[in-house]
Design a protein around this ligand. Structure first.
Ligand code: ZN
Length: 167
């Protein structure tokens, strides 16, 4: 169990969140400069991060920077950037992982399966023809392979490359 990785719990304990203490997305955004950060790209109103509990390799989340739960309250310019960052994330994942397809979606509310019901976010999950169901393998055991952080470093560079127009 030495790879059990609980940065969010550490965040709760230290209590240094900018706002909405206990929100893993706000905490992640606030700690984006740290070496272990899973945040890959920060836009004007939205940001992209890796899912700490991935369904598959390259499972990303795209969320507003604002702590907001209700889709109907999200401003048009925020929605627009959410989708633009989703496009960007799709390009990056396509280049890095060469998936055969993607799942893209939102779980709104805990009853719908949202793990972070108070801060809405899109899930973007690369899929392969023959992929195994990650959840079936790991179930509720929240053990994250060490290479998640390495993957985050690589993907951050890919986002930089894409947004620099070099790619
Ligand atoms: Zn939040």
């Amino acid at each position: 169990m030495k790879n059990l990785w609980t940065p969010w719990r550490r965040a709760y304990v230290s209590g240094t969140g900018e706002q909405s203490s206990g929100c893993v997305l706000c905490e992640a955004l606030a700690r984006r400069g740290e070496p272990d950060s899973l945040v890959l790209h920060v836009g004007v109103r939205s940001f992209v991060l890796m899912n700490l509990y991935p369904y598959n390799s390259g499972h990303l989340m795209i969320a507003p920077r604002e702590h907001v739960a209700d889709l109907s309250r999200v401003a048009p310019e925020v929605l627009s950037e959410l989708m633009q960052l989703t496009q960007l994330a799709e390009r990056v994942l396509s280049r890095r992982y060469r998936p055969h397809g993607f799942n893209l979606g939102m779980n709104l509310g805990r009853a719908a399966g949202a793990g972070v019901p108070d801060h809405l976010h899109l899930h973007l999950v690369p899929r392969w023809e023959a992929d195994t169901n990650f959840m079936a393998v790991f179930g509720e055991v929240r053990v994250i392979p060490e290479d998640l952080r390495e993957a985050a470093r690589e993907l951050r560079e890919e986002f930089l490359r894409e947004t620099a127009g070099a790619g």
